[in-house]
Design a protein around this ligand. Structure first.
Ligand code: EPS
Length: 372
């Protein structure tokens, strides 16, 4: 399985291609459109989201919404009226303006950001929603939601199952799984917007009912955690990714941290976040991704004019104040894609029905191996 995206934030369109999905799988296009709508609607988004109505136009690989073994391709037309690029001369710290324009000798500094900007996650959302729908047929549930914005954390309802959490998240303007901090965070976003500043946050991604055996211990790039983390780092503004107890693990003793194994390979803890030795161990996959505050800061921050080398402030540019809820959807999508990749490596056949049969047979064999 392989996927590609192309397109600029203010160019004609955003494009995606997905290769390797088994044939005869019915895609739910309505559900993709609904997820795209949720991605646009989060509290803290800027005016750009009032202009766009993200709907994918599928151009290949589907017959009446069903796969037949060919690559799936689609595009989403950009409506924002600006031409590609904004002719920026002052690089925004934290975006790809400086590093990208020097690397490629670009006079318009906004061009590198046009390709690396948050809008690219619209294609990842479509691709990831297809992956999520496929895995759901095998009982695997995946969800990304907001854990914190700025310094405000929402820890309530963590014990709920994925489906119940999804209901809360999809009814929350911030993709939170509890109402308790919603208003406080909205007020923080309003205050930050008035001050012309931006906010980041933490995103939790969980995957339930993941079978034992996704990922591989044989090579540096084949581990499920290597694949997931590297994919999540490709989402703009993600600066840290951790599994299970993650950064806290270094402070625990070995006897305390390890998820001890009991009869029928049961565990009572999940400090590893569901992956050991690069392979899923049958527990829930639990990831936290940290999103930095968006680099386009309206009040202006220190930079230089690259034409004159004079120190100045960045220019005012329309942008979002906080895109953590949208980013949570992109993280869910990316996790779905990476789990699908490892799932198809383990169970994949040419058609959906053959994959289902193969999956059931191997699952029976896994149970036999556990019980000895
Ligand atoms: C973005 C800036 C904003 C965001 C955009 C990402 O757009 P604009 O520059 O047109 O105001 O709204 O996000 C999207 C368009 C999207 O679909 O997520 C940036 O600088 O990356």
């Amino acid at each position: 399985m392989y996927f590609l995206t192309a397109g600029e934030s203010h160019g004609d369109s955003i494009i995606g291609i997905l290769e390797g999905l088994p044939a005869c799988f019915q895609i739910n296009i309505e559900s993709i459109i609904n997820t795209l709508r949720l991605r646009q609607n989060g509290y803290g988004r800027g005016n750009r989201m009032k202009i766009e109505t993200d709907v994918p136009i599928f151009t290949a690989g589907l017959v009446n919404g069903k796969t037949y073994g060919a690559p799936i391709s689609f595009y989403l037309k950009n409506k924002a009226p600006e031409k590609c690029g904004r002719n920026l001369k002052i690089p925004r710290p934290g975006h790809s303006d400086l590093s990208g324009s020097i690397k490629y000798n670009l006079k318009d500094l906004s061009l590198p950001a046009e390709c690396r900007g948050g809008r690219k996650t619209v294609a990842i959302t479509v691709l990831g929603e297809i992956a999520r729908q496929f895995l759901e047929k095998f009982g695997i549930k995946i969800l990304g939601y907001t854990l914190s914005i700025g310094k405000i954390y929402s820890f309530e309802n963590e014990e709920l199952d994925c489906e119940t959490k999804r209901k809360y998240a999809e009814n929350s303007s911030l993709r939170l799984i509890s109402k308790s901090k919603e208003q406080e965070i909205q007020e923080l976003i309003d205050k930050t917007e008035k001050e012309g500043d931006t906010l980041g946050g933490k995103i939790k991604i969980i995957a339930e009912n993941v079978p034992i055996g996704l990922g591989n211990f044989s090579q540096w790039d084949k581990g499920l955690d290597s694949r997931l983390s590297s994919a999540l780092f490709s989402i703009p503004s993600i600066k840290a990714v951790s599994f299970g107890e993650g950064f806290n693990s270094s402070e625990m003793l070995g006897s305390e941290y390890q998820d001890k194994i009991y009869k029928n390979a049961k565990r009572k803890t999940n400090n590893a976040g569901g992956i050991e030795g690069g392979i899923s161990n049958g527990e829930n996959i639990e990831i936290i991704a940290s999103m930095k505050p968006i680099p386009t800061v309206k009040k202006g921050i220190d930079s230089i004019n690259l034409e004159t080398n004079l120190e100045t402030k960045t220019e005012y540019i329309r942008s979002d104040t906080c895109a953590v809820p949208a980013c949570a959807i992109a993280c869910e999508a990316m996790t779905s894609l990476m789990l699908l990749e490892s799932f198809l490596d383990r169970f994949g056949c040419n058609t959906y029905e053959d994959t289902l049969r193969n999956f059931k047979t191997i699952q029976k064999e896994i149970l036999r191996r556990i019980k000895g």
